[in-house]
Design a protein around this ligand. Structure first.
Ligand SMILES: C[S@@+](CC[C@H](N)C(=O)[O-])C[C@H]1O[C@@H](n2cnc3c(N)ncnc32)[C@H](O)[C@@H]1O
Length: 269
């Protein structure tokens, strides 16, 4: 069926693995189903269920509760994170764990998001449906993929930019997810992984009336996550944001052209 609602499958032939039938996998809302049940277990299963029901209130809770508690701090950290990827005209981008797509409101002012070929993957169909609604009438319309980070349906070396925000702390298999992100990123491209620190998980999630039952036994170790990143990557850097509540790890996939030189500053006369 070639209806306009099947837009996720359009013009994507070279992005997906050759044996993946994207047209057959695309639902009536244009979301591509690529969930490998082998990875929908343990934490992935628990948090998929949690985000499916939370998807209804996720944006409102961040706006109202987050705004009340933290003022503009959440927006500030989102803006800082969205300044990390190397945005360029017409780049093909993958956001792993796109959720409801909130970060798409925080592109740097000098980027042109409407020129991007933007893909978002997430394990929660509820979050993806909300994202679809949020961007139905916007200049940027992410192509949405229902998949675990641990098994992405994309071909090797497909994306100019790959990044992740907010879920990796509790992925079932972090090392596999990182190797998948590296696999689908083009050689030489910069990747970013960002999430909350263990302190924030303790002080926020374990106390949240909405989430505490899901995080009661949750433990996160940043050192373990860093150790799961292959030693072959280049320019690896970990930065703390928002008074240590968030971490951001960036690195570059080996190969390809070396990093773009920083733009020369315009001379003032
Ligand atoms: C805290 S939310 C963050 C959503 C979004 N990135 C944001 O910043 O608002 C975590 C997201 O990670 C997704 N997620 C959890 N485990 C995942 C996995 N194994 N693969 C892909 N997405 C996953 C959840 O469904 C959820 O949408």
């Amino acid at each position: 069926m070639a209806s306009s609602s099947r837009q996720a499958g359009k013009g994507t032939a070279d992005v997906f693995k050759t044996d993946f039938d994207v047209a057959a996998a695309t639902d009536k809302d244009g979301i591509v189903g690529a969930l490998n049940s082998a990875y929908v277990r343990d934490n992935n299963l628990k948090y998929m269920k949690m985000y499916d029901w939370m998807s209804y209130g996720y944006d409102v809770v961040e706006k109202i509760v987050g705004g009340f508690k933290y003022g503009k701090e959440i927006q500030k950290v989102r803006r800082q994170l969205m300044a990390e990827p190397e945005w360029k005209e017409s780049a093909r981008v993958l956001y792993v764990s796109i959720g409801t797509g909130t970060d798409l409101k925080f592109f740097p002012a000098d980027s042109r998001p409407e020129s991007l070929d933007f893909y978002g993957a997430d394990v929660s169909i509820g979050m993806l449906r909300k994202c679809k609604k949020n961007y139905a009438n916007s200049g940027i319309q992410p192509k949405l993929i229902h998949a675990c980070a641990e098994d992405l349906p994309f071909a090797d070396n497909s994306f100019d930019i790959v990044f992740h925000v907010g879920g990796i702390n509790f992925f079932t298999d972090k090392a596999k997810a990182i190797s998948e992100m590296l696999r689908v990123a083009k050689p030489g491209s910069k990747l970013m992984l960002a999430d909350e620190t263990a302190d924030y998980v303790e002080s926020e999630y374990k106390k949240s009336v909405f989430a505490k039952k899901y995080f009661a036994d949750a433990e996160f170790d940043l050192g373990e996550l860093e150790a799961a990143i292959p030693s072959t990557v280049k320019e690896r850097k970990t930065t703390m944001l928002w008074d240590g509540k968030f971490y951001c790890i960036t690195f570059r996939k080996p190969g390809g052209k070396s990093a773009a030189k920083p733009k020369a500053k315009a001379r003032r006369r």
